[in-house]
Design a protein. Structure first.
Length: 665
C-alpha cells in the first residue's frame, strides 16, 4: 500500500541534508530542517521550507536526541523522516519510534538495522545465508582465554574488531601471539567507550585487499537488485578518502558473483530501501563480507552518475511502498565516476580535525563535475560535528577522463579560512599507483610511510602572492582616485615603479620587489632571481597569470591590505603577510597605538610588558596563523599601557593584542 509523503523532515545536517532536500524539491515534497544553535545559518537551514532548532551544538544535546527529532516532526506536520547518514540513521530504536509515531522512516526495518549493526550477529547471519565471510570467531563467549584460543586457530596476522559500530574504532591488526592480549584489551576499551558494547570478533587479516562495496536496493514487495560496485580502497585509518565506480579490476563475472552475494545478504534480513554490502577483495579474486551499511552512503553520487538513477528518489519511493520498477536487466553502468571527500583537517598534523571560519568558498564547476556541499562563505566549521565539508565528484567516459576532471576541479576550487585536505587529495590523484588503478587499502600507508607533509611555497608561488598584493593595492588606489587614465597605469616620470614585500615562511624571510615592465607584464625579483609574470585575468577572488612561461590559475582571499591567502594551480594553499608595508601598513598595526591580530590565530609570545618603552617598528608580539608565524610590530614609539592577550590565546582577526600610548613629540 502506498503512503504518499507530503512533508519530509531531514534528521541531519551538512551536505547530506542539502542533498536530500534537493531531491525533495524536485519531487514537490515540502522539507523541514532541524538544527542546533551553532547551525542556525547553515545551508540546509536556509534551503528547507521550515526549520526547527532542537538544541545546543553538542550532538548529545541536539542531533542525537530522538525525542527532539520526533517533536519537530509532530510540530511541523512531517509525515516522513530521512535520517541521512551518521547520527540516528542506523539506530534501530529510532526507526521503531518513528513507526510507533505513525511517521515513515526512510530506511530499512528495525530487524535489518539490528542484525547488520552488530558485526558478530551479521556475520553469523551471512554465513547462514551462504555469503562468503572471512574465517574467524564471532561467538558469544567473550572471555580473554576463548578469544586467544580462537585466535590461535584462525592464525596470524588477524584482526581484532569491535562487534558494534565502525569507522575503524575498536579495531587492531595483530601480527603475532605476543601482541594479542594488549590488542584485545585496547579494542575492547575503545569499543566500550565508543559504542557502549565491548563485544569483539576475530577475523583472519586480509592484507592489502581492495575495499569494494555493492549498492543494493529493495522494495516492500520482495524485489531486490544491485546497482553495481564502488571501489573505496583509498583509506586512512579505515576512513574512506576516494571512491569510484566501476572498480578498476572488476570483471563482468566477478560483478555478477559479488552482486548476487549482496542481494542474498539483503534478502537474509528482509531489507527495504538503499543499503550497501561491503566486501574485501583479495588479489586472487576471492571476496569476503565485511559489513552492511543500512543507510545511504556518503559515496552514493558515484553510483548515481554511472547508473543515471537518483538514489534518494528511489529511497523515498520505497518508503512510500511503491514497487521498485527495476529488474536487474534494467541496470547498467556507463562511464566512470570518482569522488573525493573534502575535510576540515590538517594532513600535515596526522589529519587532525580543524575548525574555524569559512572566509571564502569557491566551489569548482566544469564539464562532468558535481559538488555536494554543506558549507557557504561566511560560515563556521564547529568542533561538534564530522569534519567533512563537501564531496567533489567527477564523471567521464572512462576512468582517466574522470580522474583528470576531478583533479582539475580540485585545482580550481578554493576554501579559505579553516585548514582542509585539498592539497592532499590532489597529491593522491597524481600518484602513479592511483593513476594506474592499483591502489589497495595499503595505498596511503605505503605512499607516505613517514606521514604526509605538503610542500612549502616556492619562489614562483611567492612571486604570485606579491603580484596579487601589488594588483590589489593598485586597484584600491584607482578606486579612491578622483580620476585615472589607463594609459598612465604603471607609468612614472622618475624611476621605475617598484613595490617591496617581505614574507616570513617557515621562519625564513623572503624579500620580493614587483616592477611593471610593459602592459600586463611584470618582473618580480627575489634575491638574484627575476621572475617574469603576465596578467591574463584578474578580479577580487581569482586571477590567471603566465608565470615563468606557464599559465596558472590563482585563487585568493585578502582579509585586509596586508594579508593574503592563496593557492597557485595545484600547489598548496598558503598564507602571507606583507611585513614591508611601512609604519602605517604593517599587518597588526593600528595608527592609534593599538596592536591588533592580523588574522585568526594563536599568540605564540608577547615580547613586552606593561610599562615598557617601545620604538616604532619594534616586534611586540608573535602570532601563528595558518601554520605561519607573524611578527606584530609597534606602529608608534611610546609606552605599553595594556596587554590584552597572552601566550596561547586564540584571537580573531582585528582582536586587540596590546595598546601603546604614543610618546610626546
Amino acid at each position: 500500500m502506498s503512503n504518499t509523503i507530503e512533508t519530509l523532515l531531514v534528521a541531519n545536517r551538512g551536505e547530506i541534508a542539502v542533498r536530500v532536500m534537493q531531491t525533495c524539491r524536485d519531487l514537490g515534497i515540502r522539507t523541514v530542517a532541524v538544527y542546533s544553535d551553532v547551525d542556525a545559518a547553515a545551508p540546509h537551514v536556509q534551503m528547507a521550507d521550515e526549520a526547527i532548532c532542537i538544541g545546543r551544538g553538542p550532538v548529545g544535546e541536539s542531533y542525537l536526541l530522538p525525542e527532539k527529532i520526533l517533536e519537530a516532526a509532530a510540530s511541523s506536520g512531517a509525515d516522513a523522516i530521512h535520517p541521512g547518514y551518521g547520527f540516528l540513521s542506523e539506530n534501530a530504536d529510532f526507526a521503531d519510534a518513528c513507526d510507533k509515531a505513525g511517521i515513515i522512516f526512510v530506511g530499512p526495518p528495525r530487524r535489518a538495522i539490528e542484525v547488520m549493526g552488530d558485526k558478530a550477529v551479521s556475520k553469523r547471519a551471512m554465513i547462514e545465508a551462504g555469503v562468503p565471510c572471512i574465517p574467524g570467531y564471532q561467538g558469544e563467549d567473550q572471555s580473554d582465554a576463548t578469544l586467544i584460543a580462537e585466535s590461535e586457530a584462525v592464525g596470524f596476522p588477524l584482526m581484532v574488531k569491535a562487534a558494534a559500530g565502525g569507522g575503524g574504532r575498536g579495531m587492531r591488526l595483530v601480527h603475532d601471539a605476543a601482541q594479542l592480549p594488549e590488542a584485545i584489551a585496547l579494542a575492547r576499551s575503545e569499543a566500550e567507550n565508543a559504542f557502549g558494547n565491548g563485544e569483539l570478533i576475530i577475523e583472519r587479516a586480509v592484507l592489502e585487499p581492495r575495499h569494494v562495496e555493492i549498492q543494493v536496493f529493495a522494495d516492500q514487495h520482495g524485489q531486490v537488485v544491485h546497482l553495481g560496485e564502488r571501489d573505496c580502497s583509498v583509506q586512512r585509518r579505515h576512513q574512506k578518502v576516494v571512491e569510484e565506480s566501476p572498480c578498476p579490476v572488476m570483471t563482468e563475472a566477478l560483478r555478477e558473483r559479488m552482486g548476487q552475494a549482496a542481494i542474498e545478504a539483503a534478502r537474509a534480513v528482509d531489507y527495504v530501501g538503499a543499503g550497501t554490502v561491503e566486501f574485501l577483495l583479495d588479489t586472487s579474486g576471492e571476496f569476503f563480507f565485511l559489513e552492511m551499511n543500512t543507510r545511504l552512503q556518503v559515496e552514493h553520487p558515484v553510483t548515481e552518475l554511472v547508473t543515471g538513477l537518483d538514489l534518494v528518489a528511489l529511497q523515498i519511493a520505497a518508503a512510500q511502498g511503491e514497487p521498485l520498477g527495476l529488474d536487474q536487466s534494467d541496470i547498467s553502468l556507463s562511464g566512470h565516476a570518482m569522488e573525493v571527500r573534502l575535510y576540515a583537517e590538517d594532513p600535515n598534523a596526522d589529519f587532525m580535525p580543524a575548525t574555524g571560519p569559512v572566509w571564502q568558498w569557491l566551489p569548482p564547476c566544469g564539464e562532468g563535475v558535481r559538488v555536494d556541499a554543506g558549507i557557504s562563505t561566511g560560515g563556521e566549521v564547529s568542533p561538534f560535528y564530522d569534519p567533512m565539508l563537501a564531496k567533489i565528484i567527477a564523471y567521464g567516459s572512462n576512468r582517466e577522463q574522470a580522474r583528470r576532471r576531478l583533479l582539475r576541479a580540485l585545482q580550481d576550487m578554493a576554501l579559505f579560512g579553516t585548514t582542509t585536505n585539498r592539497d592532499f587529495l590532489i597529491d593522491v590523484l597524481e600518484q602513479p599507483g592511483f593513476v594506474a588503478g592499483k591502489a589497495t587499502t595499503a595505498f596511503i600507508g605505503e605512499t607516505w610511510p613517514e606521514g604526509y607533509c605538503s610542500d612549502l611555497p616556492g619562489s614562483s608561488e611567492l612571486a604570485a602572492a606579491a603580484l596579487v598584493q601589488f594588483l590589489q593595492a593598485r586597484a584600491t588606489a584607482r578606486q579612491s582616485a578622483l580620476s585615472s587614465n589607463n594609459e598612465l597605469l604603471n607609468w612614472s616620470s622618475t624611476n621605475d615603479l617598484e613595490s617591496a614585500y617581505r614574507y616570513i615562511v617557515s621562519e625564513e624571510p623572503f624579500d620580493l620587489h614587483v616592477s611593471p615592465t610593459s602592459g600586463q607584464d611584470y618582473t618580480v625579483r627575489l634575491g638574484d632571481e627575476a621572475i617574469h609574470c603576465r596578467v591574463l585575468a584578474f578580479n577580487d577572488a581569482s586571477a590567471k597569470i603566465r608565470l615563468q612561461g606557464r599559465t596558472e590559475q590563482l585563487r585568493f582571499y585578502a582579509p585586509d591590505a596586508f594579508s593574503l591567502h592563496l593557492s597557485v594551480g595545484s600547489g598548496p594553499v598558503f598564507s602571507v603577510t606583507n611585513l614591508a608595508a611601512g609604519e602605517a601598513g604593517v599587518a597588526g598595526v593600528a595608527g592609534d597605538g593599538a596592536v591588533l591580530a592580523p588574522m585568526h590565530g594563536v599568540v605564540l609570545s608577547v615580547e613586552v610588558e606593561e610599562g615598557d618603552s617601545v620604538s616604532a617598528g619594534q616586534t611586540v608580539a608573535v602570532m601563528e596563523a595558518m601554520k605561519m608565524q607573524h611578527a606584530l610590530e609597534a606602529g608608534t614609539a611610546g609606552v605599553v599601557t595594556r596587554i590584552a592577550a597572552g601566550e596561547g590565546d586564540q584571537l580573531a582577526a582585528d582582536q586587540l593584542v596590546l595598546e601603546i600610548e604614543a610618546a610626546e613629540s
